[in-house]
Design a binder for this molecule. Structure first.
Ligand code: SAM
Length: 275
């Protein structure tokens, strides 16, 4: 089920409470985005490197690419992408979350349901969310040659809990792993907002997970060009300086290249290219 407006309003009340009572730490304003991701940030615990990767994928097809972020929410990630791709748009089906909370809705966020209201073709479509049990991969496949998707390993996406697009005429091009907001949230709460001892915090941190998967798909003709552009990003150090909120990820043990004891085969943010 998508969030109901009542859920969003009660989350806003909790946020107001957090601001008035729990703003105890000097970085509380940066913590907000991981504690209230929908209202203050994004469910993707992204860094600038993620934005740069997305941008370079889009630029591998066109100098001024069209781009659609489906289920963009209030558009935190989209805003960052628009700094490099000014034509980027979002689609969000919940109109109430803007108007009932008095939040500004920019023109580049269209209200609509990706299931049947994507009106034109885009160079790239970013699919950050599909409700469990809902599957409109075929609709997306009609509208683009390149898909970037990010979803939780726990599976919130599509009928079988997966957002794979191989069956729709795409090749998988590359993938990487980032922490999910819940992993970061747990660390933050333990570290700054709980009265537990340092030893316990340390032992709990051994359980850190990282479950957000980013997959890039394209029609076969774009695959090699996308890989080439992505490789440039890895070597050119384009992602500096980092976003301010990235220091929280560092502090909570989710550095670029970090290997988590609970998942030793994965290096965070390390890109894996497909043959
Ligand atoms: C989990 S939130 C993620 C919001 C945002 N992308 C972020 O990073 O925080 C999922 C959003 O997708 C929207 N959504 C769900 N199904 C949709 C659909 N079929 N078409 C457009 N938006 C949809 C929901 O209303 C919600 O705002």
């Amino acid at each position: 089920m998508p969030f109901s407006i009542d859920d969003i309003i009660s989350a806003q009340k909790e946020l107001d409470k957090f601001r008035s009572k729990m703003y105890t730490h000097k970085n509380s304003s940066d913590h907000e985005r991981f504690i209230f991701p929908f209202l203050c940030g994004s469910y993707f615990t992204y860094r600038k490197i993620d934005v740069k990767r997305v941008v370079s994928i889009a630029k591998s097809v066109s100098k001024d690419p069209s781009y659609l972020d489906i289920g963009c929410g209030y558009g935190d990630f989209l805003e960052k992408v628009r700094q490099y791709l000014p034509k980027a748009e979002g689609m969000e089906k919940n109109v109430e979350m803007f108007f009932k909370l008095g939040r500004y809705k920019p023109d580049y966020i269209k209200i609509g349901d990706a299931y049947n209201e994507i009106e034109k073709k885009y160079d790239v479509i970013f699919v950050g969310w599909m409700e469990p049990g809902v599957d409109y991969r075929d609709k997306i496949a009609e509208k683009t040659d390149i898909i970037i998707t990010t979803f939780d390993k726990g599976g919130q996406c599509g009928i079988n809990g997966g957002c794979e697009f191989e069956g729709f005429g795409y090749d998988k091009v590359a993938s990487w792993v980032t922490p999910s907001w819940i992993d970061v949230n747990t660390e933050l709460m333990n570290k700054y907002y709980s009265k537990i001892s340092d030893d316990i915090i340390k032992s709990l941190s051994e359980l850190r997970g990282a479950h957000n998967l980013w997959y890039v798909y394209s029609k076969p003709k774009y695959k090699e060009k996308i890989k080439e552009e992505l490789r440039k990003i890895e070597t050119d150090n384009h992602a500096n300086p980092p976003y301010k909120h990235e220091k929280i990820l560092d502090e909570c043990g989710f550095k670029i290249g970090e290997i988590l004891p609970a998942w030793p085969s994965v290096e965070l943010w390390k890109i894996k290219f497909e043959e």
